[in-house]
Design a protein around this ligand. Structure first.
Ligand SMILES: Cc1cc2nc3c(=O)[nH]c(=O)nc-3n(C[C@H](O)[C@H](O)[C@H](O)COP(=O)(O)O)c2cc1C
Ligand code: SF4
Length: 490
């Protein structure tokens, strides 16, 4: 992963854990309305993909164990990982694109209700994403993937001064292109083709010459609404529309979206699909559940959205009736590291990825509460528009006083902690009961994120080698790591 060049190593913020009385009277542990429901407290575990679904997208016992373990700490809100809304093969990513997925999701809901004693609101994150291919071998790219056009012939003719090139067949053109040194490729390939070669082909929302991309605005509202309907049928308290990071909906919102069909260009056009999806989902859910979204307070890529765009979108999304806005940052493909041949680009490897999940190796600002100010700016814009929509902030929040201050300063209404909750799923319960000194503190060095990147079952380095031979321990497929945190012995 990219790291700020300063590479200043930051210490964890000093912990100031509350007594149970202090916790009970703190803002963090007060209830807060969330659309048609009320969260018992303002603690929140945001979506984290643990790579435990079956190859065909079903809930497995391991998925259930993962969420049950988080629910034991009784957060106010728990969001289930990004779950695909289409009925298409997508590897071990959880899916909700067909009714056959509902039974498994029901079991997940029941497990969370049981483990949290009904104290935790459970949402599911609904995602759509576009196709991405692995970085090809150079020879295969020219032999199979590149679509030969007259432009290539003409460029080759100019480069080689060989008029016969006009007459040779496509296979011959492929061979001649493959034989060129890399330094000549910019003369014969478009920037997009070079990117396909060097990083692997990746669809974009601006590829409107491709029919299924052009039709996204017609197709997505229905797909999201159907998925939300299934989430309700499975018993979830609501849905979180995934409008963040490198995926379809965030790409529509981004300033890089130049579609000219009324769904790109100016902010209102970029927001249009998001608003149409919200309308379709709200109609389907009709007051039965919470409907919110996660989106980016800053794209962190050249030409992308900045916080001013995000504040404008926040007001529009809130006006459209969303029950919460969860603010993330970055996590884009555009600045991702070049993958090795045979690997796919991964959107959390560049600077924007760092800003999404900052580590202790940072710049002077450091990783802790790093993204709170953008949430604060969005919240202020939403409040100035006369709307009370709750704002959720995440990013390096890992300690009681720090979390409570975010709320006290009016920068957010819920405090989300992903990695700290993975490091210690009981940490909310420990704070509540005055046992904060027993919290296992996340080190923010992203061992978990590296596993995620390799699509390996995600675990935490602080506990995954502990008590491996205890009778009820289930190991990861590498046989070396336990899959969930050991029980807290009070
Ligand atoms: C292993 C892992 C998987 C993640 N998966 C998702 C996801 O499915 N959807 C999402 O919106 N964010 C995802 N995130 C980002 C987190 O929700 C969160 O925004 C980020 O880790 C920063 O918060 P933190 O500092 O509390 O960890 C993931 C993070 C990690 C570490
Ligand atoms: S693996 Fe590291 S960064 Fe991830 S939750 Fe554990 S301590 Fe935190």
């Amino acid at each position: 992963m990219w790291q700020p060049p300063e590479r200043i190593k930051h210490e964890l913020p000093a912990a100031s854990w509350p007594t149970s009385e202090q916790a009970a009277s703190s803002l963090l542990f007060q209830p807060r309305g969330l659309g048609p429901r009320t969260a018992k407290e303002r603690t929140w575990i945001p979506a984290m993909v643990p790579w435990r679904a079956s190859e065909d997208g079903f809930v497995t016992d391991d998925v259930i164990a993962w969420y049950r373990r988080f629910a034991e700490g009784r957060p106010g809100v728990l969001v289930v990982e990004a779950t695909g809304i289409r009925d298409v093969p997508s590897g071990p990513l959880l899916r909700i694109g067909h009714d056959r997925f509902v039974d498994g999701l029901k079991r997940l809901v029941e497990a969370v209700r049981d483990a949290s004693n009904g104290q935790t609101l459970l949402l599911i994150q609904l995602i759509d994403f576009l196709a991405i291919r692995r970085r090809p071998q150079r020879d295969k790219f020219f032999a199979r993937f590149l679509a030969i056009t007259e432009r290539h012939r003409e460029a080759l003719r100019l480069l080689t001064s060989d008029p016969a090139i006009r007459l040779v067949d496509d296979d011959d053109v492929r061979e001649r292109l493959a034989a060129l040194p890399d330094s000549d490729l910019p003369y014969v390939l478009s920037a997009r083709e070079i990117e396909d070669l060097e990083r692997g082909y990746r669809e974009r929302v601006t590829d409107t010459h491709v029919p299924h991309i052009r039709e996204l605005p017609q197709v997505l509202p229905g797909l999201f609404a159907d998925a939300a309907g299934r989430a309700m049928a499975a018993g979830f308290d609501g849905v979180e529309l995934h409008y963040a990071h490198a995926y379809t909906m965030a790409s529509f919102l981004s300033a890089l979206n130049t579609r000219d069909d009324g769904y790109g260009g100016k902010r209102p056009h970029r927001a249009r699909l998001s608003l149409e999806v919200i309308a379709a989902v709200r109609e389907r859910v009709a007051g039965r559940g919470i409907v919110g979204c996660r989106y980016l307070g800053d794209d962190v890529i050249e030409g992308g959205n900045r916080v001013e765009d995000a504040a404008w979108f926040g007001v529009e999304l809130a006006k459209a009736g969303l029950d919460f806005l969860s603010i993330s940052k970055g996590g884009k493909f555009e600045d991702a590291k070049q993958p090795k041949v045979g690997w796919s680009a991964y959107p959390y490897t560049g600077r924007s990825g760092y800003e999404c999940m900052p580590t202790i190796y940072s710049d002077a600002r450091g990783p802790f509460s790093r993204n709170v100010s953008i949430a604060g700016t969005i919240r202020a814009a939403v409040r100035a528009a006369g709307l009370e929509t709750p704002i959720v902030s995440a990013g390096g929040i890992c300690e009681f006083a720090q979390a409570d201050a975010v709320l006290a300063n009016g920068e957010a209404d819920f405090v989300a902690s992903a990695r700290q909750s993975l490091a210690d799923p009981d940490w909310f319960e420990k704070m509540r009961t005055g046992r904060g000194d027993q919290v296992r503190r996340c080190e923010f060095t992203n061992y978990c994120e590296a596993l995620d990147q390799q699509h390996k079952q995600v675990t935490c380095k602080l506990w995954d080698r502990e008590e491996l031979d205890a009778p009820d321990v289930k190991l990861a497929s590498d046989g070396k790591r336990r899959l969930i945190a050991p029980k807290w012995r009070r």
